[in-house]
Write a protein that binds this ligand. Structure first.
Ligand code: ZN
Ligand code: ZN
Length: 364
């Protein structure tokens, strides 16, 4: 067991508490990670503001990169000193869903997540939960061997961390969720970290038109650098604007905001037979009410994609290579790198909407 510093969420809508915690020794299939960098993600904000429920106290933070410090007795593919990024959805590799490549829907999650002792504790023995078994807003954490991907030295960890959440989520939604075809047309609603990754995925997939939709003009300008061919301010009648620009609806739309209103827009901007893919995490209790004719008369499809729809380890390794080839832009997506202690300020800046990704540096 070691002692480290973590940013603990003790109550919703309160500042994170920077405090000492105890980190357990790795189980046979786990490694202890010295966390280097963590991207600030809207999902963290959901738990911090209570729009999605979590057990408290908890350490959030999941878009993680770091260096392996020690490995459990059964770990064979990772060694101390390896530089890694998270492949966050835990999976058994054996159940029906894992076997068909859909590890985001592993049926043995509960069993996989069991540990004989808590991973994090306060010095007085109280358990500290970890969001998604990650708990990355801690200078050290424990992760399973199959929840990490080794990256080359050329991939700096302050950009590499993006691979573990917004990139796998966005690019994965394009290739595995919606299965975008070359030459097709795409609209992306919401151009933060995930939306920017979706735009890049659509470019890599060979989309002939990519329409970026956001309320923030700075984000729309950035969207063009990622591959957007057209931009529409979300305050406008988005479906009418897209019809004007392209002379038709789009083949694929992606919702990367997490609201019922933008989900309805995603369906509305489609041409008949088009596919809308919901990616953004909506607050607990969000219901969708959608005009049914879209589905029978217009044969539209509505699908969802979570964390890249499976096979994250393989995909993240490939995306890292695309980054090294200059085909996947990561450095451009990092708006700012901030010290660990400034995480709360980073989330405040994120709420303003003008940033793509803020990354915390846990080595300072
Ligand atoms: Zn995330
Ligand atoms: Zn499984």
């Amino acid at each position: 067991m070691i002692t480290t510093e973590a940013a603990v969420l003790t109550a919703v809508n309160e500042p994170l508490e920077f405090t000492e915690i105890l980190v357990d020794d790795p189980e046979p299939n786990e490694v202890r990670l010295a966390v280097s960098n963590v991207g600030l993600c809207h999902s963290d904000l959901h738990y911090m503001t209570g729009t999605v429920g979590a057990d408290l106290p908890v350490v959030v933070g999941h878009e993680v990169a770091g260096v392996i410090e020690s490995v459990g007795s059964a770990v064979t593919t990772l060694r101390p000193g390896d530089r890694v990024v998270g492949a966050l959805t835990p999976s058994c590799g054996m159940c029906r869903n894992c076997q068909v490549g859909h590890s985001t829907q592993c049926q043995r999650l509960t069993r996989i997540r069991q540990r004989p002792r808590p991973a994090f504790q306060l010095p007085d023995g109280r358990v500290v939960h970890r969001l998604g078994d990650v708990g990355a807003f801690s200078r050290h954490t424990l992760m399973r061997e199959n929840s990490l991907v080794k990256v080359a030295d050329e991939v700096s960890l302050h950009v590499g961390c993006l691979l573990s959440c917004c990139i796998i989520t966005g690019v994965g939604a394009v290739f595995r969720g919606a299965e975008v075809r070359p030459g097709s047309t795409v609209a992306v609603i919401g151009c933060g970290g995930v939306g920017s990754a979706i735009i890049q995925g659509a470019r890599l997939a060979g989309a002939s038109a990519i329409v970026a939709v956001d309320l923030d003009d700075a984000r729309l300008a950035a969207a063009r650098t990622y591959g957007a061919t057209h931009v529409v301010n979300g305050a406008a009648d988005v479906a009418a604007e897209i019809q004007n620009l392209l002379g038709d609806g789009v083949d694929y739309s992606f919702e990367a905001v997490g609201s019922a209103r933008t989900a309805a827009t995603a369906l509305e901007v489609l041409r008949p037979t088009g596919t809308a893919c919901l990616v953004g995490i909506a607050p607990d209790g969000t219901d969708l009410t959608l005009p049914a004719w879209n589905f029978f008369f217009s044969e539209k499809r509505l699908v969802g994609s979570y964390m890249g729809s499976g096979q994250a380890q393989e995909d993240i390794a490939q995306f890292a290579r695309l980054y090294q080839q200059g085909r996947l832009l990561l450095d451009e997506m990092v708006s700012d790198v901030i010290p660990f202690r400034d995480i709360d300020k980073g989330f405040e800046a994120m709420k303003s909407g003008a940033v793509t990704r803020i990354v915390a540096d846990l080595t300072v």
